[in-house]
Design a protein around this ligand. Structure first.
Ligand SMILES: *Cc1c(COP(=O)(O)O)cnc(C)c1O
Length: 477
């Protein structure tokens, strides 16, 4: 495919401006360009065709099944898009919130922020929520900064955070950026936390424990309450990585399990579009003890209106304005649209779908763990790898079926892992088509290994050198 610059023809225009009907002003020469900007010269139709064709090469949840484990790539209802496009939200200037004089003009937005925070607090069993963090990892950073601020304020700074080996890579990265030393807690053979190993590293210098539940093996931690209790005994706070909330939403609440602070991934559980690096939103929820340290300003109801206030001992701003406000608008619409009963059904269907896929595939691909999976399942292509076809080859072969690849080689603790998260929005017919494709690929391993190692063959590009492709972007194929 040609680049839009290659389609450029001198003098071609997509737009013509009306004749000037105001006096001409002159710009200071030092602010003016010396030569014209190098922009493609193309007609309106060239632009429309170019970008429409490019978009058709995209692999997205609106066009294909996308069972990427650990990512909750669920369908984003168009209703939420319509609400976010309302001019009252889309046209609002963020600086209206910077000056008290203009607050009356953005009361609707402030109300939405306040109510979204209240809904999330209810779902998480948390005392307060802040919408500021703009990604899950950013929520983790905010949460670990809150934990640090809490211990400092009590006059007992602590320097260590405990994180299981099954954690998402962002957990140790966030804790390290917040200034903590990270100590890894091993899993047992069942894929959950090794309780004795946990007790062995739980010392007085532990500031916090970060857990994902269900963990990134797709398994509910059976000792989660005990782990929270043990942590509290040494005055360590407990952090819940809420990226897997899709598995438990409406069934149980992190606050009730014993967590002091958590983040939500609005772009996962609450169905706002994601991928390609954003935009996202990773609001954090906190129990009472951490409320005084929350980022500010906070939206609070005062005398029949919404006002802004700074918490007493705030860690400061963590993002501009109120974070990615338009993501909050979509999440708010999604929550109100589904209601409490609908949100409960989300987790029921997400768990059912993952277990259905697991049941259909587990005799051909190895099941990684003996326990019942939650919203995603982990299989292993170790038997296929012995015959020369690796998890990566299977993932690539799926593309030729018009299916997005599942996550492969994560979790790191499972050899040749294939992690499948179908989400609740997929029909049985789609799940069956996916399972059929996985089983067909497995049948071809013995006789057709070479072709599988060359897959995909029907996509615009075949196998790329993935490291080079990420560093030297080339859209011209
Ligand atoms: C996605 C994910 C994160 C990070 O969230 P981002 O919004 O991508 O920063 C953290 N933990 C787990 C378990 C995740 O799946």
């Amino acid at each position: 495919m040609q680049l839009i610059y290659e389609k450029s023809r001198p003098g071609c225009r997509a737009i013509t401006f009306d004749p000037l009907d105001v006096p001409t002003a002159t710009m200071p020469p030092q602010l003016c360009r010396v030569s014209p900007a190098s922009l493609p010269e193309v007609s309106e139709l060239d632009v429309v065709r170019h970008f429409t064709n490019l978009s058709r090469r995209n692999f997205g949840v609106d066009s294909h099944f996308y069972p990427l484990g650990s990512c909750s790539m669920k369908y984003n209802p168009k209703l939420a898009e319509a609400v976010a496009a309302e001019p009252g939200f889309a046209g609002l200037h963020p600086h209206l919130s910077s000056d008290r004089a203009y607050l009356p003009q953005c009361q609707g937005a402030l109300q939405l922020i306040y109510e979204t925070e209240r809904l999330l607090a209810e779902i998480g069993g948390m005392h307060q929520v802040s919408l500021q963090p703009i990604a899950g990892a950013h929520g983790e950073l905010t949460g670990t900064l809150l934990i640090a601020a809490y211990h400092r304020a009590r006059g007992h700074p602590k320097d260590t955070i405990l994180i299981p080996d099954s954690a998402h890579g962002t957990n140790p990265a966030s804790a390290a950026i917040a200034g903590f030393k990270v100590v890894e807690v091993p899993s047992n053979g069942d894929g959950t936390i090794h309780l004795n190993a946990f007790k062995g590293v739980l010392t007085a210098s532990v500031a916090g424990v970060m857990l994902t539940c269900p963990n990134t093996h797709g398994l509910f931690e059976p000792d989660v309450r005990r782990i929270c209790d043990l942590a509290h005994e040494v005055d360590a706070l407990t952090y819940y990585d809420g990226a897997n909330l899709n598995a438990i939403i409406g069934q149980c609440r992190p606050g009730d399990l014993g967590f002091d602070v958590m983040h939500f991934n609005l772009h996962k559980t609450f169905a706002t579009p994601h991928g390609m690096g954003g935009p996202g939103a990773g609001p954090i929820g906190v129990g009472e003890r951490l409320e005084p340290f929350l980022p500010g300003p906070r939206v609070v109801p005062r005398d029949d209106a919404y006002a802004l206030e700074w918490p007493e001992r705030s860690i400061g701003r963590i993002a501009a304005f109120f974070g990615n406000f338009m993501i909050a608008v979509r999440a708010y619409a999604y929550m109100l649209h589904l209601g409490a009963e609908g949100l409960k059904q989300v987790s029921e269907h997400a768990v059912l779908n993952a277990n259905y896929v697991h049941a259909r595939l587990k005799d051909v691909y190895l099941s990684a763990f003996p326990a019942r999976f939650m919203h995603e399942c982990v299989l292993s292509a170790a038997p296929q790898a012995k015959q020369g076809v690796r998890a990566l080859d299977i993932a690539k072969a799926l593309l030729d079926f018009g299916l997005h690849a599942p996550t492969v080689y994560f979790p790191l603790t499972v050899k040749e892992s294939i992690m499948i998260e179908p989400t609740e929005t997929e029909s049985k017919a789609t799940l069956d088509a996916f399972c059929d494709a996985m089983l067909q690929i497995a049948e071809r391993v013995a006789d057709d290994g070479q072709r599988l190692r060359e897959a995909p063959t029907s996509t615009p590009v075949g196998r790329l050198d993935e490291v080079r492709a990420a560093k030297e972007l080339n859209c011209a194929c």
